[in-house]
Design a protein around this ligand. Structure first.
Ligand code: IDP
Ligand code: MG
Length: 154
């Protein structure tokens, strides 16, 4: 099982798409293990986007992400990181395939609704930035055996 960090960005909240987007992950079979509705402080965003510092879009990205509350999610599932990235689609809605979150809900070349960790190392770092260890909840979904195939979970 893997965990990944997802952020429903300010445009997703302001466009009231949080439920629709979270619903896609639940429907897929991913398990919610942490949530936080918060307006991310600039200092945290600077850490989160440290790899992009110096790029032309960096300042705009940080101020966009700080402009409104976001819904931060920790999701768990088998191959959760790659599966969530696939569900998100290409970076901008103008290019993302229909059927993906960005492809279905967005058209902008700067606002793109959602962040998702892009590797196990990034997921570990990002989950630690947004959640204290005790805030990620461990529990079983009663239907897990039907989501995956019970034999696979043994
Ligand atoms: P990703 O979110 O698909 O992994 P990255 O290339 O890692 O995309 O970029 C991180 C975030 O920075 C994007 O989700 C988007 O919000 C923003 N971003 C990336 N490239 C641009 C750009 O050219 N203009 C404006 N914002 C950008
Ligand atoms: Mg990225």
């Amino acid at each position: 099982m893997e965990r990944t960090l997802i952020i429903l960005k300010p445009d997703a909240i302001q466009r009231q798409l949080a439920g629709a987007i979270l619903g896609r992950f639940e429907t897929k079979g991913l398990k919610i293990v942490g949530t936080k509705f918060t307006q991310i402080p600039r200092a945290t965003l600077e850490k989160h986007y440290a790899d992009h510092k110096g790029k032309p879009f960096y300042e705009g990205l940080v101020s966009f992400m700080a402009k409104s509350p976001v819904l931060v999610l920790a999701l768990e599932g088998k191959n959760a990181i790659a599966i969530c990235r696939k569900m998100m689609g290409a970076t901008f809605g103008s290019k993302a395939e229909p059927g993906t979150i960005r492809g279905d809900y967005g058209i902008s070349d700067s606002f793109n609704l959602i962040h998702g960790s892009d590797s196990p190392a990034a997921a570990e770092k990002e989950l630690a930035l947004f959640f204290q260890p005790g805030e990620l909840v461990q529990y079983d979904l009663i239907g897990a055996g039907w989501i995956y195939d019970a034999d696979e979970l043994k």
